[in-house]
Structure formats: structure tokens, C-alpha cells
Design a protein around this ligand. Structure first.
Ligand code: UDP
Length: 510
């Protein structure tokens, strides 16, 4: 991809560097596209990423560019050989084992010097980078430009994580399963120690790494958050007060920028199913009748857990769309990373029965999640509580069955089930990145009864749906003309333009 020459001094150049995992990259690309759309001809946007990752997003960038927005991709090669990885394995999406994951993180680290060189060569006026790239705060400081950090999560999670780190309420608890209250946040929220991420429980090396990220964030100009005012107002205020950081709420970014059909069906990657067929099938279903199950882009399950889900879906009376989670294969060799069909396993006969009954669709690979969730027939969402999925479910106004697995997902769950109360938990108690056979199973019966609470006709279901629909309306208002997120985007663009003018003033005086 081409380089970008200077010479247009008055144009604001913003460079985005997303982290190489869907949950980080998908929303950051939306934000980059928002900047390009919101800044008119006076802004140009560059997204710096690796070759294979660029392919996942290039169609949206090409469309924006054709419609007159100044946005382009700047690519660099991923160091496969040096990282000991096979070609093409350059996103956490394609890391089937803990070992490969580790190598991938190493590969990403190896990219750093070249990324720094590219930033210095292209000299943007502002850097928007993932919080997992702490070095970018120093590069920005060196160049005298603002760095905006993006973590991909919401304010609620940031506040809960901050409180737990500062107060260590779990240290007072005698068992993994005893509940404790998260101190000092706007609502009463409870968690158990078994639901906390490993780093919180004292893996010193990891915790030093996260300290470094935090310090870099505090040295940054501010943070961008994919959220909107009515969803987390108190937490936005709490976060700003506790950290002293500037924070802009630009969400829901999915809704804000993806307004046409192509954007929606291929968001974050080309869909692996025929989206039209999928939507036609949904057209044939009654409003609010279909359950959508997707546990994110990185979840790996054991065969036993997949079996339990299959049983629940067969026994439940609700039609469904199930985006299959891949199975964990602990002994995959590096040259077998392309796992082919084997990565998706289903119990014998299940798929045929589903096909014959017409009760459901099974998706292997990348699903057009945004388009599916928006369909009026979707009536419930079984989610792992990745922040993007929560935001997309909120936009669509669907109540949720929450099934957090790792990362900050257990914290996010509590916003849905304990604070905003538009979802019910499936009852997972154990945080774990990899679904080893020793983990306790979520029994099919448990999933089925949680689905019944959300999709059944009871008072509780009606109340959760009412709340979800109301939030969906608020989300639409936030990104509409004069909405809170719309205004924050305008304000942010003004502010970084101001930084550029100030810098040029100083340069001219010098
Ligand atoms: N996604 C998608 N199709 C898929 C799986 C995921 O479009 O088959 C998108 C999803 O809509 C969301 C992102 O990928 O925007 C995943 O982010 P999230 O925070 O929900 O979870 P993660 O995958 O990071 O755990």
C-alpha cells in the first residue's frame, strides 16, 4: 500500500494503530472511519496494520475512500519466521493454543520498531493506538502530538477493575466462590474471586505489564471509549474523576458508522456465510422469536461443552442461529495452524436434525453479527459479554443471556445483570482463557432455563426486553445529529485540530 506524502499542511492527519485481535480491531476501524467521515476533506486518516489484517478491513476502507473520505491503509509485513509462526497467523483469531497465542504476542512485539519508524516517517498530527501499545505514548510525546488510547472496553469495566486493584476486596475472602462487593463504585456490584482475571490474583509478571499499560495511558492525551452517555453516565464521571484523564464517548461505534448493508454484513471481515440467505431465513421467523448465540471471536470450548449447548438448543422451543465456537486442541503443531473443518465439532447427527427441522442455522467462521442482531426476529442473545457484543446487542435492543469466559467479560456481565438488568446469567463462575477438560461444564439444562427466562413470556422477560429496547433507542439518539456521541466526536476533532495549531505556532516561533 502506498505511502502518504506531506505537503498538505492544513489537513489534520490522524494515524490509527489497532491491536491484532477482532475485539480491538473491529471497533477501532469503525472509529478511524468515523474520524474520516466526521472531519470532511480537512482530515485524512491512516490505519497502520499488517498485510493479512488489512485484507479483513480493506473493503470498508475502499468504499469510504470511493465515497470521498480521505482514509487509507498503511501495511507492514508480520514477522512470521522470527516469531516461529506459519504464514498468515497474524491475528489472535487464528491462535488455536496457548503456545501459539504466546508466539503471536511475541510477533506483535517484534513489529514495534517498524511501527515506530513508520509513525516517525509519516509524522501524523495525532496517534490513536490500542492501549496494548504503551510505546506509542512515548513516540507521540517525542513528536509533540497527542496520543489517544483505546482499550475496547466500557467505563463500567474500567471502574470495576480500578476499584479491585486499589482496594483488593478479594484478599479478604476465604473461598473462591464467596461473593464480595466491589467498593466505591456507583452501584452495588458483587463478584466472586473465581471470576477474577489471573492478573488480579497476583501473577507478578503480567501485573507489571498491565502497570506499564496503565502508566502509558496516564501519560496520554486522553482515551476514546466505545460507549454512550445513557448506558454508563455515572461510570464515565467516576472514571474521569478517579483517573483525571480526558475521555470521549463515541459509541456505539458500530451503529455510528456502519449505515449501509455492505458495511453491516462484512464488518470486521468477510462473512463466512451467505448473509442474504441468513437474513431471508430470519425474515421467515416471527418478531423476537429467534435466539442468537455467539461467544465471541476467541472462545474455545471442549467437545463436552459443545454437546451441552447442542442439547439445550434441541430441547428449547426457540429457533436459533448459533455461531459455533472452535474447539480447543492442545496438541496442534505450529504447521497445523490452519485447522480446517476439524476446528468446529458437533455431536453426531445434530446438524442434520437441525437442517431437517428448519429450526436453526449453524455458522462456522465469521458471522455477520451486526446484521443478524439488528434483525427484528432476533429476540435474545447468548453472549460471552465481550464489550463489542454487549454494545451491538444494546443497539439492537435485545435482552441477553450472559456467559462470560475470560478477559474483562465477568465485569461486563455485571453491568447487564446487576446494574442495567436487561439480561440473566447462565451462571458461569470460573474465569479461564482456555477451555480445558477440567473446567466445570455449564449444563444444557442451565442454559435452557436461562434462555427461557429471557425468551419466555413472563413478567421478568417483558421487563428486560423493555429496558433493552429503551437502551437501543438511546443508543440511536446518541449517534444521531445532536446526540451526545455525535457532539463528543465533533468536540474531539476540534480539540486535536487545536493541538495541531498550537504545535505549529510553537514550531514557527522556534
Ligand atoms: N464478530 C463478528 N462475527 C463473528 C464474531 C465476532 O462480527 O463471527 C465481531 C463482533 O460483532 C464484535 C467483535 O467481533 O464486534 C468481537 O468483539 P467482542 O468484544 O464482542 O468479543 P471478543 O471476540 O473480543 O471476545
Amino acid at each position: 500500500m502506498g505511502s502518504i506524502n506531506g505537503g498538505e499542511e492544513d489537513i489534520l492527519h490522524v494515524m490509527f494503530i489497532p491491536f491484532l485481535a477482532p475485539g480491538h480491531m473491529v471497533p477501532m476501524v469503525d472509529i478511524a472511519r468515523l474520524f474520516a467521515a466526521g472531519g470532511g476533506r480537512d482530515i485524512r486518516v491512516t490505519i497502520l496494520t499488517t498485510t493479512t489484517n488489512a485484507r479483513r478491513i480493506s473493503s470498508a476502507i475502499d468504499r469510504d475512500s470511493l465515497s470521498g473520505h480521505r482514509i487509507s491503509l498503511l501495511t507492514l509485513a508480520f514477522p512470521f519466521k522470527e516469531a516461529g509462526l506459519p504464514e498468515g497467523c497474524e491475528n489472535l483469531l487464528s491462535a488455536p493454543t496457548p503456545e501459539i497465542n504466546f508466539k503471536l504476542f511475541h510477533g506483535i512485539e517484534l513489529l514495534q520498531p517498524e511501527m515506530i519508524d513508520l509513525v516517525r516517517t509519516h509524522r501524523p498530527d495525532c496517534l490513536v493506538t490500542d492501549y496494548l501499545y504503551p510505546w506509542s505514548a512515548d513516540v507521540a510525546a517525542d513528536l509533540g502530538i497527542p496520543r489517544l488510547a483505546f482499550s475496547g472496553s466500557g467505563f463500567f469495566n474500567l471502574c470495576v477493575a480500578d476499584s479491585i486493584e486499589a482496594n483488593k476486596p478479594h484478599a479478604e475472602i476465604s473461598s473462591e466462590s464467596e461473593e464480595f462487593v466491589v467498593p466505591g463504585i456507583p452501584n452495588r456490584v458483587t463478584l466472586t474471586r473465581s471470576q477474577l482475571p489471573d492478573i488480579v490474583k497476583g501473577e507478578a509478571k503480567l501485573s507489571r505489564f498491565f502497570d506499564k499499560l496503565k502508566q502509558a495511558e496516564r501519560r496520554s492525551y486522553g482515551v476514546i471509549v466505545n460507549t454512550f452517555h445513557s448506558l454508563e453516565a455515572e461510570y464515565a464521571e467516576h472514571y474521569r474523576r478517579v483517573t483525571g484523564l480526558k475521555a470521549w464517548q463515541l459509541g456505539p461505534v458500530s451503529l455510528f458508522i456502519n449505515r449501509n448493508f455492505d458495511d453491516k454484513i462484512n464488518r470486521g471481515g468477510k462473512s463466512d456465510v451467505n448473509a442474504e440467505n441468513c437474513l431471508n431465513w430470519l425474515d421467515s421467523m416471527k418478531p423476537n422469536s429467534v435466539l442468537y448465540i455467539c461467544l465471541g471471536s476467541l472462545t474455545r470450548f471442549s467437545k463436552a461443552q459443545i454437546s451441552e449447548i447442542s442439547c439445550a438448543l434441541e430441547e428449547s422451543s426457540h429457533p436459533f442461529i448459533w455461531v459455533l465456537a472452535k474447539i480447543l486442541k492442545p496438541n496442534v503443531e505450529f504447521d497445523q495452524v490452519d485447522e480446517g473443518k476439524e476446528q468446529w465439532w458437533l455431536p453426531e447427527g445434530f446438524e442434520n436434525r437441525v437442517k431437517q427441522s428448519g429450526k436453526g442455522l449453524i455458522i462456522r467462521g465469521w458471522a455477520p453479527q451486526m446484521a443478524i442482531l439488528e434483525h427484528a426476529s432476533i429476540g435474545g442473545f447468548v453472549t460471552h459479554c465481550g464489550w463489542n457484543s454487549i454494545m451491538e446487542g444494546v443497539c439492537a435492543g435485545v435482552p441477553m443471556v450472559t456467559w462470560p469466559i475470560f478477559a474483562e467479560q465477568f465485569y461486563n456481565e455485571k453491568l447487564v445483570t446487576q446494574v442495567m438488568k436487561f439480561g440473566v446469567s447462565v451462571g458461569n463462575e470460573v474465569w479461564s482463557v482456555w477451555a480445558t477438560e477440567e473446567l466445570p461444564l455449564i449444563r444444557g439444562e442451565r442454559l435452557r432455563s436461562a434462555v427461557e427466562v429471557v425468551m419466555g413470556g413472563g413478567v421478568e422477560a417483558a421487563e428486560m426486553r423493555r429496558k433493552a429496547v429503551e437502551l437501543g433507542k438511546e443508543a440511536k439518539r446518541a449517534v444521531g445529529e445532536g446526540g451526545t456521541s455525535s457532539d463528543e466526536l465533533k468536540g474531539l476533532l476540534e480539540e486535536i485540530r487545536g493541538c495541531k495549531s498550537k504545535r505549529r505556532g510553537v514550531e514557527q516561533v522556534a
